[in-house]
Design a binder for this molecule. Structure first.
Ligand code: NAD
Ligand code: 89V
Length: 343
């Protein structure tokens, strides 16, 4: 089969990782790029040798010549661009956060379903090697049925120099980073029925919250905590590692800093290393995220080729996005939020 041809919209900070990963994906290539900023368009076009370049997405869709679109812009443009893709019957990947509101996200899923086009959210954190290893160990039954979990991301890393917009929004850590951690909690322990959250802003130089503590009730009866912070100052900076603790009926699993996994089960203690690969184009400490970008883009390409549903489809991501909205609602009201009622 000839390879799939892709278009990428948004040639900013993170798109560089996506473009590198597309070079490594088997079965797809990016043949067209678009950015409303001519300078970014030139930088990415020259770096990756892409001749077809547009500053306007509508013109690019009108000219066509590609099988799917990878939307790597910030959230403000996601709904309009996904709707444009649906109108042109073009399968679409959309970066997280999927939308500005849950209602927007629902409309985006509906418009793609009506057009009959696949839609995947670029929710890559569950594709990280250590997270996949934790899931596989849990599925093997090594710790029995999980009844408690903690998904933790606490850092003092300066994310604002690469992504200045993160300092400017009224919402910060839950919308940008907690969205990944909540998705990991769903991936590992299943869907959520109710949620309670507390937030704080510690850094006076930013607008939004930089600390959040979230309590989740899962459908399977497990309870978990998602705690995220960009205001912490650990002795050894763990960015961008998600640490996991799981207690099950037969044992415990710990994913600790340095990608170390320790399982204590009926057969004793087993320690292993779940470090991600350092891909040739990757750089520490981002290599864990960068490897997951390649994994999710390969997944998209394989599912587009065989007609299967992606694991982070738009429809699936509504259940993660609802947790984000619920966390803000709970932090404001002080009350638990029923997730089922939101979907
Ligand atoms: P950025 O601001 O550096 O880049 C966005 C680019 O999109 C800019 O060059 C801008 O000119 C362009 N753009 C915006 N609207 C456009 C439009 N309508 N048409 C054409 N071009 C348009 O942002 P970034 O840091 O690269 O983030 C992009 C997205 O990636 C965000 O949603 C962010 O949350 C997400 N992100 C994801 C991860 C991850 O691991 N999944 C990591 C970092 C960022
Ligand atoms: O992965 C992300 O979405 C990034 C960061 C790791 C900095 O939060 O924005």
């Amino acid at each position: 089969m000839a390879g799939l041809k892709g278009a990428l919209i948004g040639c900013g900070f993170f798109a560089i990782n996506q473009m590198h990963a597309w070079k490594d994906v088997k079965g797809a290539d990016i043949v067209v790029i678009c950015d409303r900023d001519p300078e970014r368009l030139k930088i990415v076009g020259d770096q990756f040798g892409i001749e077809r370049r547009y500053t306007d997405a509508a013109t690019m869709f009108g000219d066509g010549g590609f099988d799917f679109v990878d939307i790597a812009t910030t959230v403000q443009s996601h709904r309009a661009l996904v709707e444009m893709a649906a109108a042109h019957k073009t399968p679409a990947i959309c970066q997280k956060p999927f939308a500005k509101t849950l209602n927007d996200a629902k409309s985006m899923v509906a418009v793609c379903a009506q057009a009959g086009v696949p839609l995947m959210v670029h929710e890559n954190f569950r594709w990280q090697t250590p997270i996949q290893v934790v899931k596989a160990i849990l599925q093997s039954g090594a710790i029995g049925e999980p009844f408690w979990g903690r998904f933790s991301f606490r850092s003092g890393y300066d994310v604002f120099s690469g992504q200045p917009y993160l300092a400017e929004g009224a919402r910060f850590i839950i919308e940008d980073l907690g969205i990944h951690t909540l998705d990991i909690a769903r991936f590992i322990l299943g869907d959520v029925t109710s949620l309670t959250a507390r937030t704080k802003r510690v850094n006076p130089k930013i607008k939004g919250e930089d600390v959040a503590t979230i309590l989740l009730d899962h459908e399977n009866g497990a309870t978990s905590i998602v705690d995220v912070s960009y205001a912490s100052k650990p002795a050894v900076e763990p960015f961008p590692e998600t640490l996991i603790e799981l207690d099950g009926t037969k044992g415990t699993l710990r994913l600790s800093q340095g990608y170390r996994i320790e399982v204590n089960g009926p057969d004793g203690i087993a320690v292993s290393d779940a470090s991600p690969q350092l891909l040739p184009w990757a750089s520490r400490p981002w290599h864990n995220i960068q490897e997951s970008v390649l994994a999710i883009q390969q997944h998209w390409t394989d599912r587009l080729a065989d007609g299967g549903e992606t694991t982070t489809s738009g429809a699936d991501n509504l259940k993660t996005f609802a947790l984000v909205e619920a966390a803000y609602e709970s932090a404001t009201s002080g009350r638990a939020v029923d997730i089922g009622a939101m979907l």
